[in-house]
Design a protein around this ligand. Sequence first.
Ligand code: GLC
Length: 527
Amino acid sequence: MKGARYPRPREPLHGVDSVSQNMLQGELSTGHLGRRTSPLVLFASVEVAPFSHVGGLGDVAGSLPTALAEAGIRVVVVTPWYGAPDARSGAAEQTAATITVPGLAGAELFQVWRGELRSGVPVLFLVNANLFGTSYVYLSERDRQRFAAFSRAVVELMRVLPVDILHANDWHTCPAVIWHRELRYRSRALFHQRSVLTIHNLAHQGITDVTYARALGLEVDELLDEERARYPDTINVLARGILAADAVTTVSPSYAEEIKTPPFGEGLDRLLRQRGDRLFGILNGIDTAWYNPATDPALPGRYTAENLEGKALCKRTLQRELDLASSPELPLVGVVSRLDRQKGIDLVVEAIDELTGLGVQLAVLGTGDATLERQIAEASRRYPHLVASVLRFDAELARRIYAASDIFLMPSRFEPCGIGQLIALRYGAVPVVHRTGGLADTVQEWHAPSGSGNGFVFEEHTPEALLAAVRRAVDVFHKPVEWQRLVRNAMECDVSWARSALEYARVYDLILGLATSAGAPSPTFGR
Ligand code: GLC
Protein backbone atom coordinates (compact mmCIF):
# COMPACT_ATOMS: atom_id res chain seq x y z
CA MET A 1 0.00 0.00 0.00
CA LYS A 2 1.30 3.40 -0.95
CA GLY A 3 3.04 5.16 1.89
CA ALA A 4 2.38 2.49 4.52
CA ARG A 5 5.51 1.91 6.53
CA TYR A 6 4.08 -0.37 9.17
CA PRO A 7 2.00 -3.49 8.71
CA ARG A 8 -1.56 -3.38 9.98
CA PRO A 9 -2.09 -4.90 13.41
CA ARG A 10 -3.40 -8.45 13.22
CA GLU A 11 -6.43 -7.58 15.26
CA PRO A 12 -8.21 -4.31 15.65
CA LEU A 13 -7.54 -2.61 18.95
CA HIS A 14 -10.22 -2.31 21.52
CA GLY A 15 -12.97 0.04 20.50
CA VAL A 16 -12.01 0.60 16.90
CA ASP A 17 -14.59 0.05 14.27
CA SER A 18 -13.16 1.64 11.24
CA VAL A 19 -10.78 4.18 9.95
CA SER A 20 -10.57 4.41 6.23
CA GLN A 21 -6.90 3.75 6.18
CA ASN A 22 -6.28 3.65 2.45
CA MET A 23 -8.10 6.82 1.81
CA LEU A 24 -6.49 8.84 4.59
CA GLN A 25 -3.05 7.58 3.73
CA GLY A 26 -3.67 8.33 0.10
CA GLU A 27 -4.73 11.87 0.89
CA LEU A 28 -1.90 12.57 3.22
CA SER A 29 0.82 11.11 1.07
CA THR A 30 0.10 13.61 -1.68
CA GLY A 31 0.82 17.28 -1.42
CA HIS A 32 2.46 19.11 1.41
CA LEU A 33 4.22 16.37 3.28
CA GLY A 34 7.76 16.86 2.05
CA ARG A 35 10.47 14.24 1.82
CA ARG A 36 9.51 10.73 2.83
CA THR A 37 12.79 10.29 4.62
CA SER A 38 11.91 12.76 7.37
CA PRO A 39 9.78 11.69 10.33
CA LEU A 40 6.01 12.13 10.07
CA VAL A 41 4.68 14.01 13.08
CA LEU A 42 1.03 13.96 14.14
CA PHE A 43 0.62 17.26 16.00
CA ALA A 44 -2.40 17.07 18.33
CA SER A 45 -3.86 20.16 19.94
CA VAL A 46 -7.34 21.21 21.07
CA GLU A 47 -6.71 24.76 19.83
CA VAL A 48 -5.32 25.56 16.40
CA ALA A 49 -5.44 29.18 15.22
CA PRO A 50 -7.11 30.46 13.14
CA PHE A 51 -9.74 27.70 13.45
CA SER A 52 -9.94 27.76 17.25
CA HIS A 53 -8.10 30.27 19.33
CA VAL A 54 -8.37 30.98 23.03
CA GLY A 55 -4.75 31.59 24.02
CA GLY A 56 -1.10 30.89 23.31
CA LEU A 57 -1.71 27.20 22.67
CA GLY A 58 -3.75 28.13 19.60
CA ASP A 59 -1.00 30.47 18.38
CA VAL A 60 1.64 27.77 18.72
CA ALA A 61 -0.41 24.98 17.14
CA GLY A 62 -1.32 27.29 14.26
CA SER A 63 2.28 28.26 13.48
CA LEU A 64 4.87 25.76 14.75
CA PRO A 65 3.72 23.01 12.32
CA THR A 66 4.45 25.35 9.41
CA ALA A 67 7.95 25.98 10.73
CA LEU A 68 8.46 22.24 11.18
CA ALA A 69 7.41 21.70 7.58
CA GLU A 70 9.84 24.41 6.47
CA ALA A 71 12.55 22.57 8.41
CA GLY A 72 11.82 19.49 6.26
CA ILE A 73 9.65 17.57 8.73
CA ARG A 74 6.41 16.05 7.51
CA VAL A 75 3.63 17.15 9.82
CA VAL A 76 -0.11 16.65 10.05
CA VAL A 77 -2.16 18.58 12.60
CA VAL A 78 -5.15 16.95 14.29
CA THR A 79 -7.74 18.91 16.28
CA PRO A 80 -11.44 18.86 17.11
CA TRP A 81 -13.83 20.93 15.00
CA TYR A 82 -15.97 23.11 17.25
CA GLY A 83 -19.54 23.65 16.09
CA ALA A 84 -20.85 22.38 12.80
CA PRO A 85 -18.37 22.29 9.91
CA ASP A 86 -19.63 23.84 6.75
CA ALA A 87 -18.20 22.55 3.50
CA ARG A 88 -19.30 25.73 1.71
CA SER A 89 -16.99 27.93 3.81
CA GLY A 90 -14.03 26.23 2.12
CA ALA A 91 -12.18 25.87 5.44
CA ALA A 92 -12.51 22.10 5.45
CA GLU A 93 -13.90 19.28 3.40
CA GLN A 94 -15.30 16.02 4.57
CA THR A 95 -13.38 12.81 3.87
CA ALA A 96 -14.98 9.40 3.84
CA ALA A 97 -13.10 8.36 6.96
CA THR A 98 -14.69 7.83 10.35
CA ILE A 99 -13.24 6.78 13.68
CA THR A 100 -15.25 5.11 16.41
CA VAL A 101 -14.00 5.08 19.97
CA PRO A 102 -15.52 3.97 23.25
CA GLY A 103 -17.15 6.85 25.13
CA LEU A 104 -18.96 7.43 28.39
CA ALA A 105 -22.38 6.92 26.87
CA GLY A 106 -21.54 4.23 24.32
CA ALA A 107 -19.44 4.59 21.22
CA GLU A 108 -18.49 8.02 19.90
CA LEU A 109 -18.19 8.47 16.17
CA PHE A 110 -15.83 11.06 14.69
CA GLN A 111 -16.01 12.08 11.08
CA VAL A 112 -12.69 13.10 9.63
CA TRP A 113 -12.60 16.39 7.75
CA ARG A 114 -9.57 17.80 6.09
CA GLY A 115 -8.31 21.37 5.84
CA GLU A 116 -5.03 23.23 5.76
CA LEU A 117 -3.09 25.85 7.67
CA ARG A 118 -2.38 28.99 5.64
CA SER A 119 0.93 27.40 4.66
CA GLY A 120 -0.73 24.28 3.24
CA VAL A 121 0.18 22.01 6.18
CA PRO A 122 -2.66 19.47 6.37
CA VAL A 123 -5.09 19.60 9.28
CA LEU A 124 -7.40 16.73 10.19
CA PHE A 125 -10.52 17.93 11.96
CA LEU A 126 -12.32 15.34 14.06
CA VAL A 127 -16.00 16.15 13.99
CA ASN A 128 -18.45 14.93 16.63
CA ALA A 129 -21.52 17.06 17.33
CA ASN A 130 -22.25 15.36 20.63
CA LEU A 131 -18.93 16.35 22.22
CA PHE A 132 -17.83 19.33 20.14
CA GLY A 133 -21.12 20.70 18.82
CA THR A 134 -20.72 24.21 20.26
CA SER A 135 -18.20 26.79 19.20
CA TYR A 136 -16.58 26.88 22.66
CA VAL A 137 -13.21 25.17 22.99
CA TYR A 138 -13.46 24.77 26.76
CA LEU A 139 -16.57 23.75 28.66
CA SER A 140 -14.98 23.09 32.05
CA GLU A 141 -16.75 20.07 33.59
CA ARG A 142 -17.20 18.15 30.33
CA ASP A 143 -13.65 18.72 29.08
CA ARG A 144 -12.16 15.54 30.52
CA GLN A 145 -14.74 13.47 28.69
CA ARG A 146 -14.52 15.47 25.46
CA PHE A 147 -10.74 15.54 25.27
CA ALA A 148 -10.39 11.89 26.35
CA ALA A 149 -12.58 10.81 23.44
CA PHE A 150 -10.64 13.09 21.08
CA SER A 151 -7.33 11.71 22.41
CA ARG A 152 -8.57 8.19 21.92
CA ALA A 153 -9.40 8.97 18.31
CA VAL A 154 -5.90 10.40 17.87
CA VAL A 155 -4.42 7.08 18.96
CA GLU A 156 -6.59 5.28 16.43
CA LEU A 157 -5.26 7.61 13.73
CA MET A 158 -1.74 6.71 14.85
CA ARG A 159 -2.59 3.11 14.13
CA VAL A 160 -3.47 3.65 10.51
CA LEU A 161 -1.23 6.54 9.48
CA PRO A 162 2.49 5.95 8.98
CA VAL A 163 3.25 8.30 11.86
CA ASP A 164 6.61 8.34 13.64
CA ILE A 165 5.92 10.91 16.35
CA LEU A 166 2.84 11.87 18.31
CA HIS A 167 3.33 15.45 19.43
CA ALA A 168 0.76 16.17 22.16
CA ASN A 169 0.15 19.52 23.82
CA ASP A 170 -0.97 20.19 27.41
CA TRP A 171 -3.15 17.94 29.55
CA HIS A 172 -5.97 17.73 26.98
CA THR A 173 -4.06 15.37 24.70
CA CYS A 174 -2.12 13.57 27.45
CA PRO A 175 -4.60 10.66 27.37
CA ALA A 176 -3.35 10.01 23.82
CA VAL A 177 0.25 9.80 25.11
CA ILE A 178 -0.81 7.54 27.98
CA TRP A 179 -2.85 5.16 25.80
CA HIS A 180 -0.21 5.14 23.12
CA ARG A 181 2.37 4.06 25.68
CA GLU A 182 0.13 1.26 26.96
CA LEU A 183 -0.88 0.02 23.53
CA ARG A 184 2.43 0.22 21.79
CA TYR A 185 3.72 -3.00 23.31
CA ARG A 186 0.63 -4.78 22.06
CA SER A 187 0.56 -3.38 18.56
CA ARG A 188 3.07 -3.67 15.75
CA ALA A 189 1.61 -0.52 14.20
CA LEU A 190 2.35 1.58 17.24
CA PHE A 191 5.53 -0.14 18.37
CA HIS A 192 8.05 2.06 16.54
CA GLN A 193 6.26 5.32 17.21
CA ARG A 194 7.37 7.77 19.88
CA SER A 195 5.66 10.60 21.71
CA VAL A 196 6.53 14.15 22.72
CA LEU A 197 4.50 16.16 25.19
CA THR A 198 4.78 19.94 25.19
CA ILE A 199 3.71 21.71 28.37
CA HIS A 200 2.41 25.19 27.63
CA ASN A 201 1.18 25.84 31.13
CA LEU A 202 1.73 23.59 34.13
CA ALA A 203 -1.10 25.24 36.04
CA HIS A 204 -3.71 23.13 34.21
CA GLN A 205 -3.37 19.42 34.91
CA GLY A 206 -6.64 17.66 34.16
CA ILE A 207 -7.21 16.31 37.68
CA THR A 208 -9.86 13.61 37.42
CA ASP A 209 -11.78 11.51 39.92
CA VAL A 210 -10.55 7.88 39.80
CA THR A 211 -13.96 6.35 39.09
CA TYR A 212 -14.56 8.84 36.33
CA ALA A 213 -11.06 8.25 34.90
CA ARG A 214 -11.84 4.52 34.72
CA ALA A 215 -15.15 5.26 33.02
CA LEU A 216 -13.20 7.30 30.46
CA GLY A 217 -11.09 4.21 29.78
CA LEU A 218 -7.92 5.21 31.62
CA GLU A 219 -6.33 2.35 33.53
CA VAL A 220 -5.74 3.22 37.18
CA ASP A 221 -3.98 0.71 39.38
CA GLU A 222 -1.70 2.64 41.68
CA LEU A 223 -1.86 6.32 42.44
CA LEU A 224 1.23 8.51 42.18
CA ASP A 225 2.47 10.32 45.29
CA GLU A 226 1.70 13.57 43.50
CA GLU A 227 -1.89 12.46 43.00
CA ARG A 228 -2.41 11.41 46.59
CA ALA A 229 -0.86 14.63 47.84
CA ARG A 230 -3.32 16.82 45.98
CA TYR A 231 -6.88 15.54 46.26
CA PRO A 232 -8.06 12.12 47.46
CA ASP A 233 -8.95 9.52 44.82
CA THR A 234 -7.98 11.52 41.79
CA ILE A 235 -5.56 10.98 38.97
CA ASN A 236 -3.52 13.73 37.36
CA VAL A 237 -3.67 13.42 33.59
CA LEU A 238 -0.75 15.77 32.99
CA ALA A 239 1.48 13.96 35.51
CA ARG A 240 0.73 10.64 33.80
CA GLY A 241 1.44 12.19 30.41
CA ILE A 242 4.79 13.49 31.68
CA LEU A 243 5.70 9.96 32.76
CA ALA A 244 4.44 8.28 29.59
CA ALA A 245 5.99 10.59 26.98
CA ASP A 246 9.36 9.77 25.43
CA ALA A 247 10.31 13.42 25.70
CA VAL A 248 8.74 16.36 27.48
CA THR A 249 9.27 19.87 26.26
CA THR A 250 8.19 23.19 27.57
CA VAL A 251 8.16 26.53 25.88
CA SER A 252 11.27 28.26 27.20
CA PRO A 253 14.60 27.20 28.73
CA SER A 254 14.01 29.24 31.90
CA TYR A 255 10.56 27.74 32.49
CA ALA A 256 12.08 24.26 31.95
CA GLU A 257 14.40 25.02 34.87
CA GLU A 258 11.80 26.78 37.00
CA ILE A 259 9.27 23.94 36.90
CA LYS A 260 11.79 21.58 38.46
CA THR A 261 11.55 23.67 41.66
CA PRO A 262 8.69 23.70 44.21
CA PRO A 263 7.69 27.37 43.70
CA PHE A 264 6.94 26.81 39.99
CA GLY A 265 6.37 23.05 39.87
CA GLU A 266 2.63 23.15 40.70
CA GLY A 267 3.16 19.96 42.71
CA LEU A 268 4.91 18.14 39.84
CA ASP A 269 8.50 19.36 40.36
CA ARG A 270 9.70 15.97 41.63
CA LEU A 271 8.35 14.21 38.52
CA LEU A 272 9.88 16.84 36.29
CA ARG A 273 13.26 16.46 37.99
CA GLN A 274 12.89 12.72 37.51
CA ARG A 275 12.37 13.29 33.76
CA GLY A 276 15.19 15.86 33.72
CA ASP A 277 17.26 14.10 31.05
CA ARG A 278 14.28 14.11 28.69
CA LEU A 279 12.92 17.57 29.55
CA PHE A 280 13.80 20.31 27.08
CA GLY A 281 13.03 24.02 27.02
CA ILE A 282 12.44 25.28 23.49
CA LEU A 283 11.36 28.87 22.98
CA ASN A 284 8.17 29.69 21.16
CA GLY A 285 8.34 31.78 18.04
CA ILE A 286 5.71 33.59 16.03
CA ASP A 287 4.77 33.42 12.37
CA THR A 288 6.82 36.38 11.17
CA ALA A 289 5.15 36.35 7.76
CA TRP A 290 1.78 36.92 9.42
CA TYR A 291 2.98 39.28 12.14
CA ASN A 292 4.78 41.74 9.93
CA PRO A 293 4.39 45.51 10.42
CA ALA A 294 5.65 46.05 6.86
CA THR A 295 2.67 44.22 5.37
CA ASP A 296 0.02 43.83 8.09
CA PRO A 297 -3.35 44.76 6.49
CA ALA A 298 -4.84 45.60 9.91
CA LEU A 299 -2.53 48.63 10.29
CA PRO A 300 -3.29 52.16 9.11
CA GLY A 301 0.46 52.66 8.46
CA ARG A 302 3.13 50.09 7.54
CA TYR A 303 6.72 50.36 8.70
CA THR A 304 10.09 48.72 9.07
CA ALA A 305 12.99 49.09 11.51
CA GLU A 306 14.61 51.48 9.02
CA ASN A 307 11.58 53.70 8.49
CA LEU A 308 9.22 54.16 11.44
CA GLU A 309 6.94 56.83 9.98
CA GLY A 310 4.11 54.35 9.59
CA LYS A 311 4.38 53.52 13.29
CA ALA A 312 3.77 57.17 14.21
CA LEU A 313 0.64 57.09 12.03
CA CYS A 314 -0.51 53.91 13.82
CA LYS A 315 -0.11 55.71 17.16
CA ARG A 316 -2.05 58.80 16.03
CA THR A 317 -4.84 56.67 14.62
CA LEU A 318 -5.16 54.50 17.72
CA GLN A 319 -5.16 57.50 20.03
CA ARG A 320 -8.13 58.81 18.07
CA GLU A 321 -9.84 55.42 17.92
CA LEU A 322 -9.56 54.89 21.70
CA ASP A 323 -10.24 58.52 22.57
CA LEU A 324 -6.80 59.05 24.08
CA ALA A 325 -5.15 62.48 23.99
CA SER A 326 -3.57 62.88 20.54
CA SER A 327 0.02 63.49 21.40
CA PRO A 328 3.19 61.96 19.99
CA GLU A 329 5.04 63.17 23.13
CA LEU A 330 3.22 60.86 25.54
CA PRO A 331 4.66 57.36 25.53
CA LEU A 332 1.84 54.93 24.75
CA VAL A 333 1.95 51.75 26.85
CA GLY A 334 0.07 48.75 25.45
CA VAL A 335 -1.26 45.78 27.42
CA VAL A 336 -2.76 42.92 25.39
CA SER A 337 -3.46 40.07 27.74
CA ARG A 338 -5.75 37.72 29.48
CA LEU A 339 -6.73 39.76 32.52
CA ASP A 340 -5.74 37.50 35.39
CA ARG A 341 -3.29 36.98 38.20
CA GLN A 342 -0.86 34.87 36.16
CA LYS A 343 -0.45 37.84 33.87
CA GLY A 344 0.14 40.19 36.84
CA ILE A 345 -2.65 42.54 35.80
CA ASP A 346 -3.28 43.21 39.50
CA LEU A 347 0.11 44.99 39.59
CA VAL A 348 -0.98 47.26 36.74
CA VAL A 349 -4.18 48.08 38.64
CA GLU A 350 -2.21 48.81 41.82
CA ALA A 351 0.25 51.02 39.98
CA ILE A 352 -2.28 52.85 37.82
CA ASP A 353 -2.16 56.23 39.62
CA GLU A 354 1.64 56.37 39.57
CA LEU A 355 1.71 55.13 35.97
CA THR A 356 -0.47 57.95 34.75
CA GLY A 357 1.67 60.24 36.94
CA LEU A 358 4.69 59.25 34.81
CA GLY A 359 3.01 60.90 31.86
CA VAL A 360 2.22 57.74 29.93
CA GLN A 361 -0.97 56.66 28.22
CA LEU A 362 -2.24 53.14 28.67
CA ALA A 363 -4.24 51.03 26.19
CA VAL A 364 -5.49 47.76 27.67
CA LEU A 365 -7.11 45.02 25.57
CA GLY A 366 -8.31 41.70 26.94
CA THR A 367 -10.85 39.77 28.94
CA GLY A 368 -10.68 37.64 32.04
CA ASP A 369 -11.20 37.93 35.75
CA ALA A 370 -14.37 39.94 36.48
CA THR A 371 -12.81 41.99 39.31
CA LEU A 372 -9.79 42.95 37.21
CA GLU A 373 -12.05 43.82 34.27
CA ARG A 374 -14.07 46.08 36.55
CA GLN A 375 -10.94 47.73 38.01
CA ILE A 376 -9.46 48.39 34.57
CA ALA A 377 -12.75 49.83 33.28
CA GLU A 378 -12.96 51.99 36.37
CA ALA A 379 -9.41 53.30 35.82
CA SER A 380 -10.30 54.32 32.28
CA ARG A 381 -13.28 56.28 33.60
CA ARG A 382 -11.07 57.93 36.21
CA TYR A 383 -8.41 58.85 33.64
CA PRO A 384 -10.23 59.63 30.40
CA HIS A 385 -7.76 60.37 27.57
CA LEU A 386 -4.96 58.63 29.52
CA VAL A 387 -6.25 55.10 30.14
CA ALA A 388 -8.30 53.24 27.52
CA SER A 389 -9.72 49.77 28.05
CA VAL A 390 -11.34 47.45 25.55
CA LEU A 391 -12.63 44.36 27.30
CA ARG A 392 -12.96 41.86 24.51
CA PHE A 393 -10.88 39.54 22.35
CA ASP A 394 -10.09 41.32 19.11
CA ALA A 395 -7.15 40.02 17.08
CA GLU A 396 -7.03 42.98 14.68
CA LEU A 397 -7.25 45.64 17.38
CA ALA A 398 -4.51 43.72 19.19
CA ARG A 399 -2.19 44.17 16.21
CA ARG A 400 -3.10 47.87 15.96
CA ILE A 401 -2.16 48.24 19.64
CA TYR A 402 1.17 46.44 19.19
CA ALA A 403 1.91 48.73 16.24
CA ALA A 404 0.82 51.93 17.97
CA SER A 405 2.51 51.30 21.32
CA ASP A 406 5.90 52.65 22.27
CA ILE A 407 6.09 50.34 25.28
CA PHE A 408 4.49 46.95 25.86
CA LEU A 409 3.85 45.94 29.45
CA MET A 410 3.87 42.27 30.47
CA PRO A 411 4.21 41.88 34.24
CA SER A 412 3.37 38.14 34.44
CA ARG A 413 3.87 36.40 37.79
CA PHE A 414 5.01 33.33 35.86
CA GLU A 415 5.17 32.92 32.11
CA PRO A 416 6.00 29.63 30.38
CA CYS A 417 6.97 31.58 27.27
CA GLY A 418 4.62 34.40 26.38
CA ILE A 419 3.66 35.37 22.85
CA GLY A 420 2.76 39.01 23.52
CA GLN A 421 6.34 40.17 24.09
CA LEU A 422 7.44 38.42 20.87
CA ILE A 423 4.79 40.23 18.81
CA ALA A 424 5.67 43.47 20.62
CA LEU A 425 9.34 43.08 19.67
CA ARG A 426 8.37 42.45 16.06
CA TYR A 427 6.18 45.58 16.02
CA GLY A 428 8.77 47.77 17.77
CA ALA A 429 6.84 48.16 21.05
CA VAL A 430 9.62 47.99 23.63
CA PRO A 431 8.72 45.32 26.21
CA VAL A 432 8.77 45.97 29.96
CA VAL A 433 8.57 42.56 31.63
CA HIS A 434 8.95 40.68 34.90
CA ARG A 435 12.05 38.45 34.89
CA THR A 436 10.39 35.04 34.73
CA GLY A 437 10.17 32.08 32.33
CA GLY A 438 10.15 32.97 28.66
CA LEU A 439 10.09 36.69 29.42
CA ALA A 440 13.53 36.33 31.01
CA ASP A 441 14.76 34.43 27.94
CA THR A 442 13.54 36.90 25.33
CA VAL A 443 13.91 40.37 26.87
CA GLN A 444 17.26 41.88 27.87
CA GLU A 445 17.61 45.16 29.75
CA TRP A 446 18.63 48.16 27.64
CA HIS A 447 22.23 49.15 28.29
CA ALA A 448 22.92 52.65 26.96
CA PRO A 449 26.74 52.62 26.92
CA SER A 450 26.90 49.57 24.66
CA GLY A 451 23.57 50.20 22.88
CA SER A 452 22.54 46.61 23.67
CA GLY A 453 19.28 45.20 24.97
CA ASN A 454 15.72 45.18 23.66
CA GLY A 455 13.58 46.18 26.66
CA PHE A 456 13.35 46.60 30.41
CA VAL A 457 13.21 43.86 33.02
CA PHE A 458 12.17 43.97 36.67
CA GLU A 459 13.08 41.38 39.30
CA GLU A 460 10.71 41.74 42.24
CA HIS A 461 7.07 41.16 41.43
CA THR A 462 5.87 44.41 43.03
CA PRO A 463 4.14 47.56 41.76
CA GLU A 464 7.24 49.55 42.79
CA ALA A 465 9.58 47.43 40.67
CA LEU A 466 7.17 47.60 37.73
CA LEU A 467 6.99 51.39 38.05
CA ALA A 468 10.76 51.72 38.27
CA ALA A 469 11.11 49.73 35.02
CA VAL A 470 8.46 51.82 33.24
CA ARG A 471 10.25 54.93 34.50
CA ARG A 472 13.54 53.67 32.99
CA ALA A 473 11.70 53.11 29.71
CA VAL A 474 10.11 56.57 29.77
CA ASP A 475 13.50 58.19 30.43
CA VAL A 476 14.96 56.57 27.34
CA PHE A 477 11.81 57.40 25.34
CA HIS A 478 12.64 61.08 25.87
CA LYS A 479 16.13 60.59 24.36
CA PRO A 480 15.17 60.09 20.70
CA VAL A 481 18.54 58.83 19.45
CA GLU A 482 18.80 56.17 22.15
CA TRP A 483 15.13 55.25 21.77
CA GLN A 484 15.47 54.75 18.04
CA ARG A 485 18.36 52.39 18.59
CA LEU A 486 16.36 50.50 21.21
CA VAL A 487 13.31 50.17 18.96
CA ARG A 488 15.56 48.95 16.19
CA ASN A 489 17.18 46.37 18.49
CA ALA A 490 13.68 45.15 19.41
CA MET A 491 12.54 44.88 15.80
CA GLU A 492 15.71 43.11 14.72
CA CYS A 493 15.37 40.30 17.28
CA ASP A 494 14.80 36.91 15.70
CA VAL A 495 11.35 35.96 17.00
CA SER A 496 10.67 33.49 14.18
CA TRP A 497 10.24 29.77 14.67
CA ALA A 498 13.23 28.87 12.49
CA ARG A 499 15.70 28.02 15.22
CA SER A 500 13.17 26.41 17.54
CA ALA A 501 11.81 24.20 14.75
CA LEU A 502 15.31 22.74 14.40
CA GLU A 503 15.39 22.17 18.15
CA TYR A 504 12.14 20.19 17.94
CA ALA A 505 13.60 18.26 15.01
CA ARG A 506 16.53 17.29 17.22
CA VAL A 507 14.21 16.11 19.97
CA TYR A 508 12.28 13.98 17.44
CA ASP A 509 15.55 12.51 16.15
CA LEU A 510 16.73 11.85 19.68
CA ILE A 511 13.70 9.82 20.69
CA LEU A 512 13.60 8.00 17.37
CA GLY A 513 17.19 6.97 18.05
CA LEU A 514 18.48 8.95 15.08
CA ALA A 515 20.63 11.30 17.16
CA THR A 516 22.63 11.14 20.34
CA SER A 517 21.67 13.20 23.35
CA ALA A 518 24.83 15.24 22.73
CA GLY A 519 23.02 16.81 19.79
CA ALA A 520 19.84 17.59 21.70
CA PRO A 521 18.98 21.02 22.98
CA SER A 522 20.07 21.61 26.52
CA PRO A 523 17.68 23.27 28.94
CA THR A 524 20.05 26.23 28.96
CA PHE A 525 19.65 26.77 25.25
CA GLY A 526 18.36 30.26 24.52
CA ARG A 527 18.01 32.70 21.70
C1 GLC B 1 0.40 29.33 27.54
C2 GLC B 1 1.45 30.04 28.40
C3 GLC B 1 2.27 31.03 27.57
C4 GLC B 1 2.79 30.34 26.32
C5 GLC B 1 1.65 29.73 25.54
C6 GLC B 1 2.10 28.99 24.30
O1 GLC B 1 -0.62 30.22 27.19
O2 GLC B 1 0.83 30.71 29.48
O3 GLC B 1 3.36 31.51 28.32
O4 GLC B 1 3.47 31.27 25.51
O5 GLC B 1 0.97 28.80 26.36
O6 GLC B 1 3.10 28.07 24.53
